[in-house]
Design a protein around this ligand. Structure first.
Ligand code: CDP
Length: 215
């Protein structure tokens, strides 16, 4: 079967950056599964559908008019790359992600990314639910303080204003919701390698994943 590297972990751990670089190094495809939950939340917010209306949000997720075109994410043909990164979409994504019917609606869509020569997928349940037969599973984390610092730096670089203590509180709330939900809670699988990147550079984290994969 086509190899998959599953990289799961909490918010702002840097798993997206690491996953994209690992994919690039190996010439593999890359799936940012969080963007599908973010797009679902954005579509619901735009359509005025309550984020806890499981049936209607799941119907939206099942027919999400999303496209990934050269680094730009489109929803219904309109640019959504920036909008899905805003805090309301982050919080909204973690709310719709707690609904079992929404997760079920996105399952096959995620599996369709598994194409030769391979796939690197990042999220919360890549190793546990979506690709349980992944060739390598990594649980990538860092302390909450370090993650808040990284998100802060990222926002400042983009010219956006941000407050570290608010960011820390937001990501701790989101982690708590992701870990407490009944379906696919955020947790390290027994067969996943633990990668604590608190004291690591991005390049070191990428090398660690590549070394495990090639071993
Ligand atoms: O980039 P960041 O880690 O902040 O978030 P993300 O990976 O884009 O995911 C946004 C939200 O989607 C998370 O807080 C989760 O609630 C949810 N999610 C999920 O439940 N399962 C996934 N495979 C990916 C994301």
């Amino acid at each position: 079967p086509t190899p998959v590297i599953a990289i799961d972990g909490p918010s702002a751990s840097g798993k997206g950056t690491v996953a994209a670089l690992v994919a690039q190094a190996l010439g593999f495809h890359y799936l940012d599964s969080g963007s599908l939950y973010r797009l679902t939340a954005l579509a619901a917010l735009r359509a005025g559908i309550a984020l806890d209306d499981e049936a209607r949000v799941a119907a939206l997720a099942a027919s999400l008019p999303a496209a990934f075109v050269g680094g730009e994410i489109l929803l219904g043909g309109e640019p959504a790359t920036e909008a899905i990164r805003r805090e309301e979409c982050s919080a909204g994504a973690s709310r719709v992600a707690a609904l079992p019917a929404v997760r079920a609606a996105l399952l096959e869509r995620q599996r369709a990314y598994r194409q030769a020569p391979g796939l690197v997928a990042d999220g919360r349940d890549m190793g546990s639910v979506v690709f349980p037969d992944a060739a390598l599973k990594v649980f990538l984390t860092a302390t909450a303080e370090e993650r808040a610092n990284r998100r802060h730096k990222q926002l400042i670089e983009k010219g956006m204003s941000a407050n570290i203590s608010t960011l820390l509180q937001d990501l701790q709330e989101r982690d708590a919701r992701d870990a407490a939900r009944s379906v696919a809670p955020l947790q390290k699988c027994a067969d996943a390698e633990l990668l604590d990147t608190t004291q690591m550079s991005i390049e070191q984290a990428v090398q660690a994943v590549l070394t495990w994969y090639r071993a």
